[in-house]
Design a protein around this ligand. Sequence first.
Ligand SMILES: C[S@@+](CC[C@H](N)C(=O)[O-])C[C@H]1O[C@@H](n2cnc3c(N)ncnc32)[C@H](O)[C@@H]1O
Length: 281
Amino acid sequence: MSALDRLDPGARSYLSLLSQCLTRELFLDQEWWDVDLGDWPGDPGRPADVEELRSILRNRGWRLVRRGDPAARAEGRDWPPTAETMIGTARLANVVECCVDTVLDGVVGDFVETGVWRGGATILMRGVLEVLDDQDRNVWVADSFEGLPAPAADAHPSDANLDWSDVEVLKVSADEVRSNFSRYGLLDNRVRFLEGWFSDTLPGSPIEQIAVLRLDGDLYKSTMDALLALEPRVSPGGFVIVDDYGGWEPCRTAVSDYRAAAGIDSPIVAVDWTGIYWRKT
Ligand SMILES: C[S@@+](CC[C@H](N)C(=O)[O-])C[C@H]1O[C@@H](n2cnc3c(N)ncnc32)[C@H](O)[C@@H]1O
């Protein structure tokens, strides 16, 4: 029986609606993207003068916008302008399934995401606790809240040429994430924030046992720091979910290195083109 079949129809509808709001799939026809003028095609034989275009738009107070691509959003392949998550439909459904199964199977522990961006996946985790009337578990929301770290001088070779530390869209403050939880009526004292670099916040964090650990830090180091600090706290029967396994070689390498060193042979299950999970035996 799938996890969703274990929910009553009202709970299923709420979680489905919540997911579609968090991805904005429900309102995609109202969402517009700013066009990067560097992509302007120009006429054949007459390349566009991008600076001139920029200046025309600026002087008129205009923006050039385009519609979003529903397939990209559903698959979690774009960086949405307003949605609270970028992970798409299948990976959100996987969050629901893992959280529901652990609660209904009595697997002890909290839900954790390392790398939350605008908070959408953790908002959904808190929504699962709400519909199952769970009164005990915490949802841990771990992020720098200032984007990705720059690679250190001694970075793992997978990370060495990956400097995304100046990507502004990945910098979302903890207050913005709190406000996103509030928007859905899901902010309370069981939503616990761990603010800072994983290497500083996770090893000594007061998280005890974990039922669902979701890793979404992109880089080798971010993935490895989270695994080293938190995977040992995952309860038997709990889930480890990795967002970037298929799509990002640095993340995949960190997972392989960690699993080999820790002797983990639980089968890896694919969620979609990039997400995977395993269940701890
Ligand atoms: C791809 S986004 C996460 C997407 C999110 N899970 C969602 O549902 O849309 C990656 C996040 O990881 C965070 N991050 C990456 N490496 C980190 C590190 N070493 N310490 C703290 N935060 C980190 C970034 O700040 C960013 O918010």
